[in-house]
Write a protein that binds this ligand. Structure first.
Ligand SMILES: [Zn+2]
Length: 192
């Protein structure tokens, strides 16, 4: 990414995002952020998703940030997104970066995509995304205050990620998801 050679005064929130990018660079050797629409791999994933979801999933290239290995692939509008939103999203993706490091890429790929089913009942995908969305919830509370993840709309938004087409209908059990969500909220209030 090009950087200005003259000093720039950042808003406090810009610092938070920039600090996270720098911290991840220290933590994950080889960490990088790349535009998804410029990646042949992601164009291939896009077409595969269109096929396996019978055309319902067409927004992969311009709606979702995706982490593979040490790389966070972002949508073309990433740099224009609200900086708080980018910070919250990157906190989520950071969990995936650590999962890839912990499990290695081949194991992570198999668990995430195939086990036990690629769609409808993707236990490991749901489990890995629960870990990442727990971080989304914590980051949202940090940036916007705990009322944000406590709102019914935010709760619905997160639970819809699990039950809807975004991740291939990865988990169908609403009660369990609501219980999981509320457990994460409860840990927020413990922290005050
Ligand atoms: Zn995720």
């Amino acid at each position: 990414m090009p950087r200005s050679t003259t000093p720039v005064w950042y808003h406090e929130d810009v610092d938070r995002y920039e600090r996270l990018v720098a911290a991840l660079g220290d933590e994950i050797e080889g960490f990088r952020i790349i535009r998804k629409d410029q990646s042949a791999l992601h164009k291939a994933i896009h077409y595969a998703l269109v096929v396996v979801t019978f055309g319902q999933m067409r927004s992969y290239l311009d709606s979702f940030q995706t982490t593979i290995g040490k790389t966070v692939y972002v949508t073309p509008d990433w740099d224009t997104l609200d900086v708080d939103q980018r910070y919250v999203t990157l906190r989520h993706e950071a969990v995936h970066l650590r999962q890839f490091r912990r499990l290695t890429l081949p194991v992570m790929a198999v668990l995430y995509i195939l086990v036990p089913l690629p769609m409808g009942l993707a236990y490991f995908r749901a489990r890995l995304e629960k870990e990442a969305y727990a971080e989304t919830i914590r980051a949202a509370a940090e940036v916007w205050g705990p009322e944000r993840p406590r709102s019914a709309s935010y709760r619905k938004y997160v639970i819809d990620q699990f039950m809807g087409p975004s991740y291939g209908w990865m988990w169908p059990f609403r009660r369990g998801l609501e219980r999981w969500y509320d457990e994460i909220l409860a840990t927020l209030s413990e922290q005050g």
